[in-house]
Design a protein around this ligand. Structure first.
Ligand code: SAM
Length: 302
């Protein structure tokens, strides 16, 4: 079963739509001061998905507690996670890491909007169509890179590491890896395991890793279906079952530990506290049961 859009990326359907949605969360989050991504709004407008354009223009979402509650909650969570990763990457850069790899980067613009020390390369991997669309919009906007940037259009189920090495990635240097909203079912379990194995093998001592993951329990599946149903009612043609792989996934922290990483896992409450937003959003036990977990990991000498 093929779940990527490949070269013919469509911002309004399937997996392409999920990349657009990440930018929607950053656009709304930027309005609220949860994150700072000045490129998110123009990217969403350029993608042209009518419902998403309405959401970023809707002042209710920019206010605390406004708009559809499920959509509102999801946008906040994504923006806070984005901010957490922004800070995580900046800390890694301050600690001396000069290679950052964003796997399944979608329409993220950290290579244009974050501070990076001189000598840093930001590698981004996603479907070729996503990378081309983003580059074209940022060029038209006059976006200026803040690091050396290598965009790799690749299917992450294939040999993405060879493609990464071809553009200069050096496995002998420590790397900070992020996979934001990717390891939540977008790759089939065997491809996800292979990706973790490959990135671990290509990580020098001192490397770091951060990602969210979701075991897709029954409660999470139900929530996901309800969320997607809300979108369908807004005219988006989307089917969760066709979008994600619901097969059994191994535990992300256990998988990383088996490859030598030391891991820490956070809940949504802990994530909010880490970025100084504890109390900004009330988190119920139900929220905790249906939201992802946030894993960070470091690699020592092997
Ligand atoms: N990380 C971005 C963010 O948080 O805004 C995008 C997250 S989006 C939910 C998932 C991303 O994974 C999409 O951009 C999609 O194109 C990418 N993706 C999914 N399967 C992929 C595959 N097999 N190869 C390359 N990219 C893939």
């Amino acid at each position: 079963m093929v779940r990527t859009d490949g070269d013919t990326w469509d911002p309004a359907t399937g997996v392409g739509m999920t990349a657009t949605f990440g930018a929607v969360a950053r656009a709304v989050g930027t309005n609220k001061g949860l994150i700072n991504d000045p490129f998110a709004k123009p990217l969403v407008r350029a993608a042209g998905v009518e419902y998403f354009v309405r959401v970023i223009e809707d002042e209710q979402y920019a206010a605390d507690g406004g708009g559809d509650p499920v959509m509102y909650g999801m946008l906040n969570i994504l923006a806070v996670h984005g901010r957490f990763l922004d800070e995580y990457l900046t800390r890694a850069a301050r600690a001396g890491i000069r290679q950052a790899v964003n796997l399944g980067c979608g329409l993220d613009t950290r290579a244009y909007r974050l501070w990076w020390p001189p000598g840093t390369t930001v590698y981004e991997c996603d479907q070729p169509g996503v990378m081309d669309f983003k580059a074209e919009v940022l060029r038209a906007l006059g976006g200026k890179l803040t690091a050396h940037h290598c965009a790799v259009g690749v299917d992450l189920r294939d040999d993405w590491l060879t493609a990464l090495r071809r553009v200069g990635f050096d496995p002998d240097q420590p790397t900070v890896w992020i996979a934001e909203n990717l390891l939540i079912g977008y790759l089939p379990p065997d491809a996800q395991d292979r990706l973790l194995h490959q990135l671990s093998a290509a990580s020098a001592a001192g490397s770091r890793f951060a990602a969210d993951h979701m075991p897709w329990t029954e409660a999470q599946l139900q929530e996901g279906r309800a969320f997607i149903e809300g979108w369908r009612q807004e005219g988006l043609d989307i089917d969760l079952a066709k979008l994600t792989y619901s097969a059994e996934f191994g535990s992300l922290p256990e998988n990383l530990e088996a490859h030598g990483w030391r891991t820490t896992e956070k809940t949504l409450v802990e994530l909010l506290a880490t970025v100084g937003l504890a109390g900004r959003r009330r988190v119920t036990p139900h929220d905790l049961a249906v939201t992802p977990r946030y894993v960070t990991a470091t690699l020592g000498d092997r």
